[in-house]
Design a protein around this ligand. Structure first.
Ligand code: NAD
Length: 375
C-alpha cells in the first residue's frame, strides 16, 4: 500500500494546501495510506479533524516522512526536500528555473520530482492541469481587485440620483485567466473589450459577451500558445490598443509567452493617456508584467492611474484554489496508483512530460540546459 505524505507548506504567503479532506477520502479508496503534518490544511481553512479517519497525523517530521512513497506539496522548498527519504516521488510546483539548489538536491536524493507546471497541456491531461485551474482563479480575482480599486460602479444603475453608466473593462490576453476575467467582469455588469494575438480566441471572447478588438496582428505559436511579436507587430498592436486602453476604467493584462518574459504591451505614454482613477491589474507580473511601469508584487500610482501587480494570486483564494489543485493532484495520482499498487508508467507522456528529475538525472530538457549552462 503506497504511503502518501503531505507536509505543511513552508513558503511565506502561500495559503494553498495540497490535500483537502474530500480528496483524502478518494485517495484512501484508491488503496493509499495517507499521513499529514499537524495543521497541514489550516491556511486553507481545513482543520485536522476534517480529514477524519482517512489520514493519520504525524507529530514530527521524522514520523511524517518515515517510509514515504509519495509526497504532495504546493510549492516544494529545499528545506522540505532535505527531510524527504531518498528515492521518493515528490509532486508539486517546482519553479526549477528559480531554484537550482532544489534541483541539485532532488538529483542527489534520487527523488522522482513531477512538476505540476510541466504537465503537458493535452486534452487527456486537462483534469490534471493545475496551471489552468489556478489561472482561472487569478482571472476571477483580478476583476474583483480592479472593481475594488476603481472609483466607479461596474454595472449600469438606474437610481433616484440619476443613471450610472457601466464601467469599461479591457482584458488583454484571453487565455485561461483572461477568459475567466471576461466572464467575471460581465457578471458584474461591465462593458468588456478583449484582445489576444491568437485568432482562435475571438469567438471565445465573444461567446462570453466581450467585444473583440480585431487587428491584423496574429501570432499563433506552438501547442496553442502565442509566439513573440516582431518589433513592427508590437508597434502596430500598441497603435490600436492605445485608444482602447485610454477609454477603460480597468485594464486586466494576462499576456504571456511560455519560457519568455511577459511582453511589454502598455508603455508609459499609453498610461499617461488613461484617465485618473483608472486601474491596471497586471496578472503577468510573475514574468515581469505587461505594463512598462509594473513593479511585480507592488501597487504604484502614475498620473493618478493605479498599476496593481499582485503575485501568487490564486493563493489569495485558498479554499477553492486548494480544492481544485488537490483534485488536479488526485487525477495525476490515478495514473500511478491502482488497487493499492504504485507504478509509474514511463511510456505515458503525462508522466514523462511532468518529470523534472528521476534517478539522479534532470529529465526536463530546458532545466538541464539552464543548469548545465550555469555550471
Ligand atoms: P498563457 O498564460 O501562456 O498566455 C495568456 C494569453 O496571452 C494567451 O492566450 C496568449 O495568446 C496571450 N498573449 C501572448 N502574447 C500576447 C500579446 N503580445 N498580446 C496579446 N495577447 C498575448 O496561456 P494560457 O492561458 O496558459 O493558455 C493559452 C491557451 O493554451 C489556452 O487558451 C488553450 O488554447 C491552451 N490550453 C490548452 C490546455 C489543454 O488542452 N490541456 C490547457 C490550458 C491551455
Amino acid at each position: 500500500m503506497p504511503v502518501i505524505v503531505v507536509p505543511k507548506g513552508q513558503v511565506a504567503g502561500e495559503h494553498r494546501v495540497a490535500l483537502v479532506p474530500d480528496v483524502a477520502r478518494r485517495l484512501k479508496a484508491l488503496g493509499a495510506e495517507i499521513r499529514i503534518e499537524k495543521d497541514m490544511g489550516g491556511s486553507a481553512f481545513f482543520h485536522d479533524e476534517d480529514y477524519g479517519d482517512d489520514v493519520s497525523l504525524a507529530q514530527d517530521s521524522a514520523a511524517l516522512y518515515d517510509k514515504a512513497d509519495i509526497i504532495l506539496s504546493v510549492q516544494a522548498t529545499l528545506e522540505d526536500v532535505e527531510k524527504m527519504p531518498d528515492g521518493c516521488i515528490l509532486i508539486g510546483f517546482m519553479a526549477a528555473h528559480k531554484q537550482p539548489e532544489l534541483v541539485k538536491k532532488l538529483q542527489q536524493k534520487k527523488i522522482t520530482a513531477l512538476a505540476m507546471e510541466l504537465v503537458p497541456r493535452i486534452s487527456r491531461a486537462q483534469a490534471i492541469d493545475a496551471l489552468s485551474s489556478q489561472a482561472s482563479i487569478a482571472g476571477y480575482k483580478a476583476v474583483l481587485m480592479g472593481a475594488d480599486m476603481a472609483p466607479v460602479f461596474f454595472p449600469m444603475l438606474t437610481t433616484a440620483a440619476g443613471t450610472i453608466r457601466p464601467a469599461s473593462v479591457l482584458v488583454i490576453g484571453a487565455g485561461v485567466a483572461g477568459l475567466q476575467a471576461i466572464a467575471t467582469a460581465r457578471r458584474l455588469g461591465a462593458v468588456v473589450e478583449a484582445y489576444d494575438v491568437r485568432a482562435a480566441t475571438k469567438e471565445q471572447c465573444e461567446s462570453l459577451g466581450a467585444k473583440f478588438i480585431d487587428m491584423d496582428v496574429k501570432a499563433e505559436g506552438e501547442g496553442g500558445y502565442a509566439r513573440e511579436l516582431t518589433e513592427a507587430e508590437k508597434q502596430q498592436q500598441r497603435d490600436v490598443l492605445a485608444d482602447h486602453i485610454a477609454k477603460a476604467h480597468v485594464v486586466i493584462t494576462t499576456a504571456a509567452i511560455p519560457g519568455r518574459a511577459s511582453p511589454k504591451i502598455i508603455l508609459q505614454n499609453m498610461v499617461a493617456r488613461m484617465r485618473p482613477g483608472s486601474v491596471i491589474v497586471d496578472l503577468a507580473a510573475e514574468g515581469g508584467g505587461n505594463c512598462e511601469l509594473t513593479q511585480p508584487g507592488e501597487t504604484i500610482e502614475h498620473g493618478g492611474v493605479k498599476i496593481h501587480a499582485p503575485l501568487d494570486v490564486a493563493s489569495q483564494m485558498p479554499l477553492h484554489a486548494s480544492e481544485m489543485y488537490s483534485k488536479n493532484l488526485f487525477n495525476l495520482l490515478t495514473l500511478m496508483i491502482a488497487e493499492g499498487n504504485l507504478k509509474l508508467d514511463w511510456e505515458d507522456e503525462v508522466i514523462t512530460g511532468s518529470a523534472l528529475t528521476h534517478d539522479g538525472e534532470i529529465k526536463h530538457a530546458a532545466t538541464r540546459e539552464l543548469l548545465e549552462g550555469a555550471a
